[in-house]
Structures are given as structure tokens and as C-alpha cells.
Write a protein that binds this ligand. Structure first.
Ligand code: FAD
Length: 467
């Protein structure tokens, strides 16, 4: 275990004392299989992170049930200089929930209570609530999530706020950090006397996407949107460019009520083994979630544009078979990796005015090493643009970096998923609010240490001068 300055490794005394802090001592878990399982996430999507993070483990898993218990745990860990890494469902892709310096894995999955779906469309819940459960509850009350990751069934609300960005619904409602979707959150600080503090309005950005490095989210106010009766639809096109044009038309057309517009160039659809009957050889596919009231209109428009509808039907909810979202967003990469483990991915944002030229340049330079998987999204200014999670054939780290550099050179935004720190991922805020919050709420640097690399404690700074 490579402990940073001031941080301690754990011994049996620590475990015994932690047990006294919880109402039920069995929620302090030492079983090596469970500790290993709950120290990992989906970092192995990245061949670069695999090398860095394989074998990194916490010492113990602790499962709190309340903010009060979290205060007790953090007070103890602060006094004893023990690292603490928050964990929701562990579906993050960048090793966000992997403890780099051992210590406590704070498993929040048992804080899974939905307090209320307010009549004005705001859900109040604990962080361990699964997004799928929240969607189902919200729909019973006439609401639904504005956006969710394709891991909705498993992923937690707290983990989405801590490490996610958007997904299904983003084409209509923007990402998680846009349009005040997160109304407020309650956070426990890592201080000698941990406080419970509220963040509302702009102050939510202090905590969002900080990977649990500057506070533990214990309660969330999430804005919903009125529920829609959705249908799913798969359309095949002869060429990528015809599919891209049609996808863009639907994604940007304000009259279309949509939740998902995803374009996959061939051979990506060939990776979706359960969907092969809907994926004619050599064709580009678009997956849509569209209001049922517009399904036949969409099908007619697709046919007029040269598309062939290969599958469509009313979406009954998350138990739909097929569930199209299971093939979109970062699930696409998973299907590609199942087909050939050399595949990995990038996360890109294309310029809506010059995307076709940017795509052409990438194809010319990298050929089939980069396969286009487009996800149309709305940005914080309300403009719909072609985002992408392209599937990339990995050969070397140099080649991958070459691709990232080239994207940036031609104006394609890249949120690099092959780095294990908040700042390097491309979604760090230029105003530094997450770092400033860490300085206030975690002055010893014990929360998920190593993940916010611009943070240095006084002792680390002192250590650095002697190195
Ligand atoms: P975890 O992985 O457990 O945690 C994520 C981060 O949040 C960690 O740094 C953790 O320390 C921190 N954290 C967790 N709980 C708290 C808390 N209570 N307080 C403070 N910090 C906390 N992401 C997207 O945004 N969109 C997608 O469409 C998408 N698709 C995916 C598809 C696949 C197949 C996979 C494997 C991943 C995908 N992801 C996607 C990434 C991930 O699934 C989501 O971001 C998800 O919301 C993370 O939730 P989680 O509960 O698993 O979080």
C-alpha cells in the first residue's frame, strides 16, 4: 500500500473501533472477496488504467445507513489519518471508486431510501438509491428522470452525481450538471468535527463530478421531467452519412420528443449479438427513444430518408426486451470489448457546424482504428450537438494519445477516459470550485486520495521540497 504523507495503514484496533461506531458491527466487512469486489469499478475498459489500477484495494468495507453514522466514521478516520473512498455501485469507468491508498471503502449502497417525489417534480433521496428504482418510482407519480446513464439499473444516484455526466435524456434535457437538474445536495465533510452542509444553486458544482474527493453526498434533490409514453425504434441506413443526417435532423428538430438518438456505424452493430436480427450486414443503425405519439411519423420520415425500420414498439419501461439503451452510451464499448478485447473508447464532442469534416479527417488519419458511435446531446446553452463515444482499436498508449491530440487539434473536444484524476478527465471546472471545496472540507486529503492531483496538503508540500 503506497500511503501518502500522514496517512496510516489499518490494523485490527482500527477495525474494532470502527465496529463500535455502527449500530450493527456486521456492516464493517473484512471478507477479502467482498473487499476486493468493492474496491473495483469498470476501469478495465481502459488498457492504460488497467496497468495502473490492477491490485489496488481498500482494507475494509464500511456500510453506513445514515449521515450521522457517516459523521462518526469520518470523525474517526480523520483523527486516525485513514483514507476513505466513497462507493455507490462501482460502475464508473475511470477507476473513480478504486482506493489508491487503501483504507475504508465507504459503501453507500444501503442508504437507498427514496424520501419523496414532490408534486412539483423534485425527487428527494439518499445516495445509494439505484437510478432505475428512482425512475420507476418517479413514473408512478407522473414524472421521470431527465437524464440517466445506460447503467441505470445498477448505478446509484450518489455515484452518478459523483462521477457521471449524462446519458439517455441528455439530447432533450442536457447533462446532469445542466439546467439545475441537481437542485441541492447535502454533504458530510471530512474534518475533525465533520459537518453536514447543504449546497444549492451554483454551489452544487462544488461537489458534482468531484469523485468523492471533497465530501460525502448524503441527500439529494433531483429535478425530474413529466413522464412521456416512449417507444423504441431501430432504423438501418446504407451509409453512415445518411444515418448521421437523419439522426441530426431528429435530434435537433424541436418538434420531436426524444430521449435517445444514437448512431452506430458498421461494424459496431455486429457486436450486439442479441440484436443481430435487427442489424442488416454492413448498415449503419440508429437507435431512437421517441414519444409513442410520434412513432409512426418518425418511421415515415426515416423511410423518406432511405432508412429501413428493423425494430419498433412501445417501451414498457426498464424491463423492455430488447432494451435499446443497453447498447448505447458506454454500453456500446462493452459490446465491442466482448467481441475483441483490444477495443477501448474515447469520449468526444464534435462541432455541430463542422462535424462532418471533423469525422472525415479522423477517418482519413485513423481509418477503422476509430469506429463512429454518435450520441446526440444538448449542451448547457441549449444547443444539440453530435457527441460521440467512438470505439477505438487499441494498439499502444502512444497511438491512443496521438488520436486524442489529433482530435483536439481539429477542434474535437475529448474528455479523456484513460486518466485516473478529476482534473485530467476533461470535465474539471476551470473555476477550481471543486479544489477550493476540498481545501475546506478535506484539509488532510483523506477523501479518495490521489484523485484530485492539484490538491496538496501542507505536509505533502513540505515533503515535496525534500524530494
Ligand atoms: P461509483 O462508480 O460507485 O462512483 C462514482 C464516483 O462517485 C466515485 O468517485 C465515487 O467515489 C463517487 N461517489 C459515489 N457515491 C458518492 C457519494 N455518496 N458522495 C460522494 N461521492 C460519491 N456514465 C454516464 O455518465 N453516462 C453513461 O451513459 C454511462 N454509461 C456507462 C455504461 C457502462 C457499461 C459502464 C460500465 C459505465 C457507464 N457510465 C456512464 C459510468 C457510470 O456507470 C455512471 O457514471 C454511474 O452513474 C456511476 O454510478 P455508480 O453508483 O456506479 O458510481
Amino acid at each position: 500500500m503506497n500511503l501518502g504523507p500522514g496517512k496510516k495503514s489499518m490494523d485490527s484496533k482500527h477495525i474494532d473501533e470502527l465496529r463500535t461506531l455502527l449500530a450493527d458491527p456486521s456492516r464493517v466487512i473484512l471478507n477479502p472477496q467482498i473487499v476486493e469486489q468493492l474496491s473495483r469499478d469498470f476501469y478495465w475498459y481502459s488498457p492504460v488504467l488497467r496497468k495502473q489500477l490492477d491490485g489496488k484495494l481498500g482494507d475494509v468495507v464500511v456500510q453506513p445507513l445514515s449521515a450521522l453514522e457517516i459523521q462518526n466514521i469520518l470523525r474517526y478516520c480523520h483523527a486516525n489519518n485513514l483514507p476513505v473512498t466513497a462507493r455507490g455501485a462501482g460502475t464508473g469507468n475511470y477507476g473513480q471508486a478504486v482506493p489508491l491508498e487503501g483504507g475504508v471503502v465507504l459503501d453507500l449502497s444501503r442508504m437507498d431510501h427514496i424520501e419523496e417525489i414532490q408534486s412539483q417534480g423534485v425527487a428527494i433521496c439518499q445516495p445509494g438509491v439505484r437510478l432505475g428504482d428512482l425512475e420507476n418510482e418517479a413514473r408512478k407519480a407522473g414524472w421521470e428522470l431527465r437524464c440517466y446513464p445506460s447503467t441505470i439499473i445498477k448505478a446509484s444516484v450518489g455515484g452518478f452525481l459523483g462521477g457521471g455526466s449524462g446519458g439517455i435524456g441528455t439530447v432533450a434535457h442536457g447533462g446532469l450538471r445542466d439546467f439545475q437538474t441537481v437542485r441541492a445536495l447535502e454533504v458530510v465533510t471530512m474534518e475533525a468535527e465533520p459537518r453536514i452542509v447543504m449546497h444549492e444553486g451554483e454551489a452544487i458544482h462544488d461537489i458534482l463530478h468531484a469523485w468523492g474527493t471533497n465530501g460525502i453526498i448524503t441527500r439529494i434533490w433531483l429535478a425530474l421531467t413529466p413522464a412521456v409514453e416512449w417507444s423504441q425504434c431501430v432504423v438501418a441506413f446504407d451509409t453512415f452519412s445518411a444515418a448521421f443526417d437523419f439522426g441530426e435532423k431528429i435530434a435537433t428538430g424541436v418538434a420531436w420528443i426524444k430521449r435517445l438518438v444514437t448512431v452506430f456505424e458498421w461494424p459496431i452493430p455486429s457486436f450486439f449479438t442479441p440484436m443481430r436480427q435487427y442489424a442488416p450486414e454492413g448498415k449503419t443503425l440508429i437507435f431512437f427513444m421517441i414519444a409513442s405519439s410520434q412513432l409512426s411519423e418518425l418511421e415515415a420520415a426515416a423511410r423518406d430518408s432511405g432508412g429501413v425500420v428493423t425494430q419498433s414498439g412501445v417501451y414498457p419501461g426498464l424491463n423492455a426486451r430488447p432494451l435499446l439503451s443497453d447498447y448505447t452510451w458506454n454500453h456500446t464499448t462493452l459490446w465491442a470489448m466482448r467481441s475483441d478485447e483490444a477495443y477501448t473508447y474515447l469520449q468526444c464532442g464534435f462541432n455541430p457546424d463542422t462535424a462532418r469534416d471533423q469525422l472525415r479527417q479522423l477517418r482519413e488519419r485513423f481509418g477503422q482504428e476509430i469506429l463512429f458511435h454518435m450520441e446526440f446531446m444538448k449542451n448547457g446553452e441549449g444547443r444539440v450537438f453530435p457527441g460521440a463515444i467512438p470505439v477505438v482499436y487499441f494498439t499502444t498508449e502512444e497511438r491512443l494519445n496521438d488520436m486524442i491530440d489529433f482530435c483536439r487539434k481539429i477542434g474535437v473536444f475529448v474528455a479523456n477516459p484513460h486518466v485516473n484524476n478529476v482534473e485530467g478527465g476533461g470535465r474539471y471546472r476551470a473555476d477550481n470550485v471543486q479544489l477550493l471545496t476540498k481545501m475546506r472540507y478535506d484539509p488532510k486529503g483523506l477523501l479518495n486520495p490521489g484523485k484530485m492531483v492539484t490538491f496538496h496538503t501542507e505536509s505533502e508540500k513540505a515533503g515535496a521540497t525534500t524530494k
